[in-house]
Design a protein around this ligand. Sequence first.
Ligand code: UDP
Length: 323
Amino acid sequence: MKVVVTGGAGFIGSNLCARLLDEGHNVLCVDNLLTGSEQNISPLRGHPQFTFLHHDVTQPFSFEADAIFHMASPASPVGYMEHPIETILVNSQGTYQMLEQARKQKAMFLFSSTSEAYGDPLVHPQREDYWGNVNPIGPRACYDESKRLGETLTMEFCRQYGINARIVRIFNTYGPNSQTDDGRMIPNFITQALQNEPLTVYGDGNKTRSICYVNDLVEGLMLAIFQPHTAGEVFNLGNTEERTVLEFAHMIIRLCNSSSSIIFEPSRIDDPERRRPDISKVQKVLGWQLKINMEEGLRQTIEWFRSHSNRLSDVSEPVRTSN
Ligand code: UDP
């Protein structure tokens, strides 16, 4: 198949491109490299079925596709707070452009949404039918609300034009090709632990997250688009093992054999207290199963960080969310 991946040079996008090539597809990776990285796709560049287009998907361009994965968007709190307008535009105008293409070309379409669509959730764990608790004017709104608008656009294209589209809400994900300087918990903690620098915990460390290894996530994306009878559906994709931020910090110090300490810094504004997906729908409808346990996934990720130490940022100035 001819498959387009917007945001294909990003963390999840580049892992998805690699998997699509393994499955024999022709892949057009489109990315403006705002938060994506050419290093992520350099191993794919020589592949005869891989093409890279440096382009901003909010602007029209022509291509042929049987399937479109619309993954383009800054996705870490630091990334979208640094680029709020670009984030709003790629998830609204960019989604509209891609949906129009899917309509004209009768292509399958997947919109990558986010657990942030649930905001700071009042319902726990989060099921797909929960409408969320989002601050529409806070510092995270550029991401949360534009992803919600992208979801609305996707559902309207399904209703109005009957296109073959689905929405996937991606929960915290980690693994190789993470952006080492995007300020997220796992990249920050591993970077700090490998350099025996203090791990920076925001708040008291009692907020929770559940983290999914990127290969499992990519498997879920493939099932969500290629499995029949998934049009018009919304799926959570994520791990269900919930841990506190402090537990992640201790686990990473241990797995890195690090002598790092932990320091506490002020909480971030609108930082969700608890997050864990209910994945019963994807398990039932897609038969999706998590294959990599957390320690194993973290070990592989730490190995990747060690072997890509040239990408490590200088943690004497850890990357922080400004608030
Ligand atoms: N976090 C932290 N220290 C860091 C980076 C993140 O304590 O160096 C916390 C952050 O405040 C949040 C959790 O870890 O409670 C996950 O943050 P991340 O940026 O990975 O993504 P989020 O889930 O907030 O989108």
